[in-house]
Structures are given as structure tokens and as C-alpha cells.
Design a protein around this ligand. Structure first.
Ligand code: NAD
Ligand code: GLY
Length: 392
């Protein structure tokens, strides 16, 4: 059972990520170990879709470890990662009588994890929380590193706090019920992590995707096999490798220091996000899953990197092949280039009004570039080429 340590400068805030199939049944015992014997009550925050599938097992496991527990379910969907839902969640924590030594447990994807984490960060000025991510994207990224928060009508993730979990429990068997598009979205973020930080991780991810059946990188082939199949353990290993990578970034730059511009800044995880956020905003968050938009955004950033003479054409081809392996992406070539550029200006990651682009020097090495260094014709032609449909 792979175990990944997230080491933070303040040692008491360091934590472990436990990875393996069927860990929901061990959640109670694992949580008891980190929360200690004084913790009496845990509030389980989930959504209706996830709780239906995994709620009973989770509650049983927590109760067997002597936690008093009751669930609070939010409706499914990004639009519910809101201040309104947060208010309901906090009232639930108060009504349940949670005390300082108690904890919140988040069971679900990134939406549930971000909201539950923020509730834990703010209730009684901060109580413990445990992440139990059930989407691929949350297992390799969102559940690790302590970013929590909710959206405002003005934009995504505009309110939040850094609040590290006490423990992350990744039950990889939960991915068996994840819809194909959510897998594509998660794999796209996985390709991103390899592309910006580690050629080895990039190649390991691509090999795994290819072994899933040529251009079909989905887990469909795995699902039909018993969990003893070698590919099931490969999946756990790939996820563990991504967790190790994310942990290493968080260890070096826990709070995404705004002054850091080196290739080890946490900000390199925003590779592909300048275009992705513009595409999502323009299509009112209805056309793309976040990771799908990131897939397209990486191709645009890759084109810019090549056009500026930073990235070799062969490296860009490897990136394109990796994105192709993640599965089909929604169309973006119908969106007007000038409208996309206008939407990019609203990027909240800009500094002093200037977008900071994450570009690639090679697979495994990113750099941060001031948007002023990218001339308009380069940006336009990179968008045009990068957003052309890939062929599957
Ligand atoms: P999500 O939480 O909306 O989950 C996607 C869908 O899958 C939902 O419909 C959900 O109900 C369903 N689902 C979840 N687990 C399932 C399972 N095992 N089987 C079947 N269905 C399942 O989306 P996501 O991609 O997990 O997360 C996106 C969110 O994460 C965004 O709000 C984003 O801002 C946030 N995020 C946060 C961080 C961070 O560092 N905190 C990083 C990346 C993304
Ligand atoms: N997913 C971006 C971060 O954790 O920093």
C-alpha cells in the first residue's frame, strides 16, 4: 500500500497520503490514528452522487472506530461551491456540536474537498480535516496541498484559505465508477504535472495510458478485470507517483509565494490554466470539464513556447501525443481568438495587471514568463494552432 509523506516546514502540520484499493473500510482506523482518542465526533461532508455509492461504507468504518458521525450532503456541481453552501455546512457543524478536537471528513471530488476544507479552516477558527478524494483529479491534485475555498459570482476560488488536511486517504477503487470525461479531465492534469516537473513522471503516465489500450487511456479495460490484475497495482503506483510530485511542490512552496518566479514555484502547476480559465469562462463553465480545458490550454502554452524558440518541436509533439492519450476533448476551434484573448485579461493569477504565463523549456521543466514578452501575433497564431481539434 503506497504511502506518501507531505513534509512541511512546521513539522506538526506534515501529513500522510495513504493509497490503495478498498481503503474506505479502513478510513475509521486510519483517522483514529491521526486524530487521537480525544476526537469524538466527525462530520462527513459529501455530495448526493458520491454518498449514494460510498456513504454507507464510509459511515460504517468511522462508527466502527468509535466516532459519532452524521453526514451533510451538498448538491452535486461546481455552482454549489459557493458561500451559500458554505453557510449551510458551517451551520451543520455547529448543530452537530463539533468541538475543537473533532474533525471534518470530505468524501468526494475537488468541489466537495475545497468546500469541506474551507469549512474546517473557518469553523472554530480551524479544526482538523481528512480528505477522501474520489475523482482522479482530486486524488492526484486537489486533495493535496491545503488550498481550500469557494467561488464568488465574480470568479472561481476567490475566497479561501490554506488549511492542510491531517490525512489524505485515496481509495483507488472509487475510480471504477467515475465517468469517462472525469477520467479524461484527471489524466489531463496528470500529464500537466509530468510536463512541468518531471520527465520520468510524464513518461510513466504516458506508458500507463498507452497500456490501457492504445489510444484508449480510460480505465474501462481495468474495470473489467479483477483488482488483482497487474494494471490495478500500476494505477495505484501512477497515482502515488503524482502524489509524491504534488507533495514535493507543496513542501517547497506551500503558499504559492507571489515573488517566486523560479521553476520550483507552486505556480508552475498553473500550466495550461491561462487559456483554460478563459475557455471555461467564455462557455459559462458548461462546455468543458476543468481538466479538459487544461488539456487544450497546455497545447496553446506549448505552441507559444515553441514559437518563442524555447521548446523543441519534438517536445511539443510529445505533449500533443500525451494530451491525445487522455481522451477526446470538446471543440474549442469555434471560439473567436480575440474573445479568448479578452477573457484571458481577467485571469486572477495576473500580477500588476499582467498575465504570467507558465511555459515549457522541455518536458519536465517549466518557466514563468511575463505576458508582455509574448507578442500579439505569436499569441494569436498559438491559440489558432493549439485549439485545432486533435484526432483520436
Ligand atoms: P467534482 O468534484 O465536480 O467531481 C466531478 C464529478 O464526479 C461530480 O459530478 C461528482 O459528483 C462525481 N464523482 C466524484 N467521485 C465520483 C466517483 N467515484 N464515482 C462517480 N462519480 C463521482 O470535480 P473535480 O474535477 O474532482 O474537482 C474540480 C474542483 O476542484 C474545482 O472546483 C477546482 O477548482 C478544484 N480544484 C482544487 C484544487 C486545490 O488545490 N484545492 C486543485 C485543482 C482543482
Ligand atoms: N492545483 C494547484 C495547486 O495546488 O497549487
Amino acid at each position: 500500500m503506497p504511502l506518501v509523506q507531505v513534509r512541511l516546514p512546521q513539522r506538526q502540520r506534515s501529513y500522510e497520503i495513504v493509497i490503495g484499493p478498498d481503503l474506505l473500510s479502513k478510513l475509521g482506523r486510519l483517522s483514529r490514528t491521526v486524530l487521537g482518542s480525544q476526537s469524538r465526533r466527525v462530520a462527513l461532508i459529501s455530495n448526493t452522487a458520491v454518498f449514494e455509492r460510498y456513504g454507507r461504507r464510509t459511515l460504517q468504518s468511522l462508527r466502527a472506530a468509535n466516532f459519532k458521525t452524521s453526514p451533510w450532503l451538498m448538491p452535486d456541481g461546481e455552482q454549489h461551491k459557493s458561500l451559500r453552501s458554505l453557510g449551510y455546512a458551517l451551520e451543520f457543524l455547529a448543530e452537530s456540536g463539533l468541538e475543537r478536537g473533532d474533525a471534518v471528513i470530505a468524501l468526494g471530488g475537488g468541489v466537495v474537498g475545497d468546500l469541506a476544507g474551507f469549512a474546517a479552516a473557518t469553523y472554530l477558527r480551524g479544526i482538523a480535516f481528512v480528505q477522501v478524494p474520489t475523482t482522479l483529479l482530486a486524488q492526484i491534485d486537489a486533495a493535496i496541498g491545503g488550498k481550500t475555498g469557494v467561488n464568488l459570482p465574480a470568479g472561481k476560488n476567490l475566497v479561501g484559505a490554506f488549511h492542510q488536511p491531517h490525512l489524505v486517504v485515496i481509495d483507488t477503487a472509487t475510480l471504477q465508477t467515475l465517468p469517462q470525461r472525469e477520467l479524461t479531465s484527471g489524466w489531463s492534469e496528470a500529464v500537466k504535472q509530468g510536463a512541468v516537473g518531471s520527465r520520468k513522471l510524464f513518461e510513466q503516465t504516458c506508458r500507463f495510458l498507452q497500456s490501457g489500450g492504445g489510444t484508449d487511456l480510460s480505465l474501462r479495460t481495468i474495470k473489467k478485470r479483477p483488482r488483482t490484475d497487474v494494471r490495478a497495482t500500476d494505477l495505484d503506483e501512477v497515482i502515488a507517483a503524482h502524489c509524491r510530485f504534488k507533495a514535493s511542490i507543496v513542501t517547497r512552496d506551500e503558499r504559492e509565494d507571489i515573488d517566486r518566479t523560479d521553476h520550483k514555484s507552486r505556480r508552475i502547476l498553473n500550466f495550461g490554466h491561462t487559456t483554460a480559465h478563459a475557455l471555461e469562462r467564455l462557455t459559462r463553465y458548461r462546455r468543458f470539464r476543468h481538466g479538459e480545458a487544461v488539456g487544450l490550454g497546455m497545447l496553446v502554452a506549448g505552441e507559444i513556447s515553441k514559437n518563442l524558440g524555447m521548446l523543441a518541436p519534438g517536445e511539443l509533439e510529445s505533449l500533443r501525443e500525451a494530451v491525445r492519450l487522455c481522451g477526446p476533448l470538446p471543440r474549442a476551434s469555434d471560439l473567436a481568438i480575440e474573445t479568448i484573448i479578452r477573457a484571458m485579461r481577467l485571469d486572477k493569477k495576473s500580477v500588476g495587471g499582467v498575465t504570467r504565463w507558465i511555459l515549457l523549456e522541455r518536458i519536465g521543466r517549466a518557466c514563468i514568463v511575463d505576458g508582455k514578452e509574448i507578442d500579439k501575433p505569436t499569441l494569436r497564431s498559438s491559440l489558432r494552432t493549439g485549439l485545432q481539434p486533435l484526432y483520436w
